[in-house]
Design a protein around this ligand. Structure first.
Ligand SMILES: [Ca+2]
Ligand SMILES: [Ca+2]
Ligand SMILES: [Ca+2]
Length: 327
């Protein structure tokens, strides 16, 4: 057995049926005061911006964006089929406050169903020269890694994520009053948990950040060749750095369970299953019962999602321990 098989266990468990009402997620997003917020609940036509920037940041869709697709907890979002190269673009160009070297938080609920192409963005703005555009995207052509950075330098996730699974992803970027470079000041959260990041080796090292203005774009940068097949929902952008507590509060309402985690036994999210994780597992083992199903990833040491932490979970842990890495 290896860790890749663990996700299937939850198919038989009530814990996996979860997904709090999307209304509670929307309440959390609203209280964090987004500037841009595409709920993607429309059945056709223009995408409405529910954020504080208002209706001039409503967006148009191009090349066959598919509306009204089920996402999580009864909500709906948009779907992209890479073959048609669909994209979405705001009516207005970004405000001056999001140009230069900005601080912000970008958030999305996303599902990648197949290989992408060239850092396909969940959200992009800027221009082509080095350091002048923002990329909240997948990494390279991969379906199992995310990217947070700029053209042409940034961070990628280290631990893999799964194909065709919904994730809540958040990038916080603190410019430190305009002094941070492309590799500094960023944190990335997956389902409310801080994710291990490293420099994207296929791009430049640190570059200066001086973002230019353009319309907001999704699945498109300054050109037409950036897309993935998959789903997107509740895209939000905040003009400040959200706290870890706020992000966890957003994620907790979604109830995405341990089945979303590529490497469940990696309890401290460093992409290794080692003695540090064993210490955490022992704590869960001694607690025995999981009584907080609302927390992100449910009961972390309950690897088979049957509501108790017992020897069957220990067997799963041992197999992952022997595999060591989740990269
Ligand atoms: Ca939605
Ligand atoms: Ca670990
Ligand atoms: Ca268990």
């Amino acid at each position: 057995m290896n860790t890749r098989l663990l996700g299937s266990f939850c198919v038989f468990s009530l814990a996996c049926a979860a997904g709090a009402a999307p209304a509670s997620f929307a309440t959390e997003v609203q209280s964090s005061q987004p500037a841009l917020w595409y709920r993607f609940n429309e059945a056709s036509g223009q995408i409405i911006n529910y954020g504080s920037l208002g209706a001039s940041y409503n967006a148009n869709t191009f090349n066959g964006v598919i509306y009204n697709q089920p996402t999580s907890g009864g909500d709906t979002g948009v779907r992209f089929n890479a073959a048609t190269q669909p994209y979405i673009e705001s009516i207005s160009a970004v405000p001056v406050s999001l140009t230069g070297n900005p601080s912000f938080t970008a958030e999305a609920i996303v599902r990648i169903d197949s290989q992408g192409a060239l850092w396909a963005p969940m959200l992009w703005w800027g221009t082509n020269p080095t350091g002048t555009s923002v990329w909240f995207s997948i990494q390279g052509n991969n379906y199992d890694r995310f990217f947070a950075g700029f053209y042409n330098s940034g961070l990628r996730t280290v631990c893999r994520t799964k194909q065709s699974v919904w994730y809540h992803v958040v990038w916080t970027r603190d410019s430190n009053n305009g002094t941070n470079d492309s590799l500094t000041g960023s944190k990335f959260y997956i389902n409310g948990q801080l994710a291990e990041m490293t420099r994207d080796e296929s791009l430049f090292g640190a570059v200066s950040v001086n973002v230019a203005s353009s319309k907001f774009r999704i699945q498109k940068a300054a050109d037409l060749t950036r897309f993935f097949t998959g789903g997107l929902d509740e895209l939000a952008l905040y003009q400040r750095v959200l706290s870890a507590e706020e992000i966890q509060a957003h994620a907790a309402t979604l109830g995405f369970g341990i089945e979303a985690k590529f490497c469940p036994c990696d309890l401290n999210n460093d992409c290794l299953v080692d003695d540090m994780d064993f210490s955490s597992f022992v704590k869960g083992y001694n607690l025995l019962i999981c009584d907080d199903p609302a927390m992100p990833f449910g009961c972390p040491a309950d690897f088979n999602s049957d509501g108790v932490v017992d020897d069957s979970d220990f067997v799963i842990f041992l197999a992952a321990y022997n595999t060591l890495t989740c990269e």
